[in-house]
Ligand binder design. Structure first.
Ligand code: TEU
Length: 576
């Protein structure tokens, strides 16, 4: 977040480069050359031997992250929480859950990270609280409690039914009847995650006060959980049986709320902050508004289009994956935010299956396909996010029974599908194997010792059984190291303005195997050629520069013989 400069990254950089010595120059925002690493603390490193990762574990691994070369760490929630949704259900916004450590330890982490030049970005979960948050405890206690209106309460519909037909993201209705007052409250996620009523100005002020408290403590920004849902569509909360089921709950006031938040929290601050809003279901046009620097809302958003393409009628019923829709989708977002706004770039996070299993070949070509997707993603224009374990090519897990899973979304889905809809347990489990969030949440694989070096105790979620083969120590010793490849990509973004800011152009959008694009700026051009398939591929086309054989191969995932034919999952970056 830069409150002093309201020009687009492109405009700022342009003027910085063209500036004569006698003119003041303004650099592009710091995050145009930055790479962010997401830590999911539960699963990262356990320092006190209770089987759950913690802040001590993050502190112990700061050197590892500095060596990787990232600029900032996004920390998934570490606040006090009953942990129904692994901390995305917060009981107290201004403390640290004892399972993760203490505020004093958080301050140490922050100081040590800053010492190493690493920023810390907190997870801001303010669409909902835990049902154990004192605000909700008060709100539910009586119809005339002063905090009643801090949440969405509605009277039962006809025959005592839910106020409307909206469903929760974690199965079942989005409304739960509270016996204390015989009214329903709204929860877009689990019933232990009641939605805050942002129409109430007291709620908004309480959140801004809390955000300022963290920034004053020294944190460097916020990743904002489902932030576009804080504004609700009117029919969601006051309509009859909603005809909007399956649509987005986002309401039009969202821009007002984000601008107000910016004024109340960021406007007066100097220094380098980051705001990234997680926003399921938004369009490119929406994104331009959210990330237009002149509007002062957020720096960038996480959009979901490219990770929804393989979802059929239901998330757990994946469709066959094809390359053209994926690259065309990402290219549309590149084009849409080229002039105004900024993209964030991700294929993985704590909610998504592992990229090498989803989009690559996690068996025969694990190294090649992990590095192919790394190269492709990091050469797009935007701020790349790396999710823990991605940098060593960690894969999905296939536990043989639902008992081994912990994620509330998968468990609720399994119960509903098997018990209510009579689906076969084996087929439901297959969906969880492919799409379940625990794929991303198995403990970080540090080495081949017991529990993968994550903990000395039995971990809260079992380690992926492939850890003796796939782990940080083995990857770093290997001649072909995924980690080393990420290091080079990160260094490249820091050093090369074409990578950070160059124009993007997709080539051969309909090709089923080839992922090719150029980046260009000030007469320089980079070309990415990638074969996203198990079969060799001969690249042809009028667009292929004549002088390719003489071009500099900046980075590739095979030892180069300079041949024109791309081997399986061959990925190359050329400079002209
Ligand atoms: O996720 C919001 C979201 O829309 C989805 O990605 C969600 O995780 C689900 O998988 C939909 O199928 C955010 C957090 O990232 C997620 O971990 C939380 O569970 C959720 O919000 C509620 O806070």
């Amino acid at each position: 977040m830069t409150s002093v400069d309201s020009r687009t990254p492109a405009e700022s950089a342009e003027s910085a480069e063209n500036a004569r010595p006698d003119q003041p120059s303004v650099a592009a925002p710091w995050w145009t050359t930055a790479v962010v690493y997401q830590v999911y603390p539960r699963s990262f490193a356990d320092s006190d031997g209770d089987g759950v990762g913690d802040l001590g574990g993050v502190r112990a691994k700061l050197g590892y992250l500095a060596e990787l070369g990232v600029d900032a760490i996004w920390l998934s929630p570490v606040y006090p929480s009953p942990q129904h949704d692994n901390g995305y259900d917060i009981r107290d916004y201004q403390d640290i859950d004892p399972v993760f450590g203490s505020l004093a330890e958080f301050d140490l982490l922050l100081a040590e990270a800053h010492e190493l030049g690493l920023k810390i970005v907190m997870d801001l979960v303010v669409n909902h609280t835990s049902d154990e948050h004192p605000w909700f405890v008060e709100s539910r206690s009586s119809l005339d409690n002063p905090k009643r209106d801090w949440y969405w309460w509605r009277q039962p519909g006809a025959d005592g039914a839910e106020p409307n037909g909206w469903g929760s993201a974690f199965s079942g209705p989005a409304w739960t009847l509270d016996p204390t007052t015989d009214e329903y409250y709204l929860h877009l996620f689990a019933k232990q995650q009641p939605d805050l009523n942002w129409e109430n100005p007291e709620v908004r002020q309480a959140v801004y006060t809390m955000m300022n408290w963290w920034l004053d403590r020294g944190v460097d920004g916020f990743r904002m959980d489902v932030i576009n849902f804080i504004a609700k569509q009117p029919e969601l909360v006051s309509g009859p049986q909603a005809a909007t089921d399956g649509g987005s709950p986002m309401g039009a006031q969202i821009h007002d709320y984000l601008q107000e938040m910016h004024r109340a929290v960021f406007a007066g601050r100097t220094g380098e902050h980051l705001t990234v809003g997680e926003m399921p279901g938004v369009s490119i046009d929406d994104a331009v508004l959210f990330t237009d620097a002149a509007r002062a809302e957020v720096d960038m958003i996480f959009q979901f289009e490219h990770v929804s393409l393989d979802q059929g009628a239901h998330k757990f019923d994946p469709l066959p994956r094809r390359l053209p829709p994926l690259k065309q989708s990402l290219a549309r977002w590149q084009d849409g935010l080229a002039e105004t706004g900024w993209n964030s770039l991700y294929l993985n996070n704590h909610d998504q299956p592992r990229l090498v299993s989803r989009f690559g070949n996690d068996d025969e070509f694990r190294y090649e396909s992990a590095t192919l997707w790394a190269l492709v993603l990091h050469l797009h224009r935007g701020t790349p996010y790396i999710y823990q374990g991605e940098e060593i090519g960690m894969t999905n897990v296939r536990f043989e029974s639902i008992e081994h899973y912990r994620d509330i979304e998968s468990l609720n889905h399994y119960r509903e599908a098997v018990e209510q809809f009579d689906q076969s347990p084996a087929s439901v489990l297959a969906g969880v194997h492919a799409m379940g969030r625990d794929n991303a949440r198995t403990p970080m694989q540090w080495d081949d010792s017991a529990h993968a070096g994550f903990s000395t105790a039995t971990p809260w979620l079992a380690v992926n059984p492939n850890y003796p083969r796939i782990n940080v120590a083995a990857d770093r010793d290997a001649p072909r190291s995924v980690f080393a490849f990420y290091q080079r990509l990160i260094a490249l973004r820091h050093a090369d303005p074409v990578v950070a800011l160059g124009d993007f152009e997709l080539i051969e959008p309909d090709h089923e195997q080839l992922y090719a694009f150029t980046r260009s700026r000030n007469g320089q051009m980079l070309l990415v050629l990638a074969n996203a398939s198990d079969e060799p591929l001969t690249v042809q086309g009028e667009w292929l520069p004549d002088d390719i054989s003489g071009a500099e191969l900046v980075l590739g995932n095979y030892r180069g013989d300079g041949s024109a034919a791309l081997r399986p999952w061959d990925a190359r970056l050329y400079r002209f």
